[in-house]
Design a protein around this ligand. Sequence first.
Ligand code: OFO
Length: 197
Amino acid sequence: MDTPVAPGSTTSRSVAIICGSTKGKRESNHMTTLISSKMNKGLSDQITNEFHAAHLYLAMSCVLQDMGLKMLSKWFTHHADEERAHGMKILTYIQDVGGTVTLGTIEKPKAKYPSAESILKAALAHELLVTDQINKLMATAISMKDYATQSFLQWFVDEQVEEVAIVSEVLDLVRLAGPKNMLQVESRVGKLLAAEG
Ligand code: OFO
C-alpha cells in the first residue's frame, strides 16, 4: 500500500526538482512529499471536479439570466466563484505538502433547462455527487492513515453539508412558489445573497 512519507525522510519516493535560478545557474532541491501518490491523484482530480462544478453553475447562472431571474442568476455566479475557490484551496494544499497538480478536462456544461426548478434540481444532484467525491477522498485519507489530509478534508465535508442544505432550501422555495410567483423567490434569494456576503 502506498503510504505517506515523513518529512525529512531519506526514503522519500517522490522527489520534486525545483529549478531556481540565481546568476543563471540551475539549482536543484529535494522536496519531500507528505502525501501518497494515490491521495495526490485523488486530490488533483478533485480540483477538476470543483472547476467543473464552477463551470456548470456559471452556465446555470447564464440560463437564469436569460429567464429574467437576476437574483437567482447572481446566486449561481456566487456559487461558481465559491467552487473555483475550493479548487484553488485543494491546489494550494497539494503544493504545500509537496505533491504534483495535474489538471483534467472540464466537459461542456448543459446550456438548456426548461425551468428554474429543473436547474435547482440539477444543482442539488451535483452537490450530492460532489459530497460523494469528498467522502471517497476522506475514506482514502483514513485508510492510508494520512492525518494531514483528513484534517484538510474535514472543511470540505462540513462545506458540503452546508451546500446541500442551502441548495435544497432554494429548491423548496422555487417549488413552493411555483412558476407564477418567481418574483417572491427573487426577493428571498436577494436576502440570502446579502447574508452570504
Ligand atoms: Fe465545492 O462545494 Fe459544493 O460542490
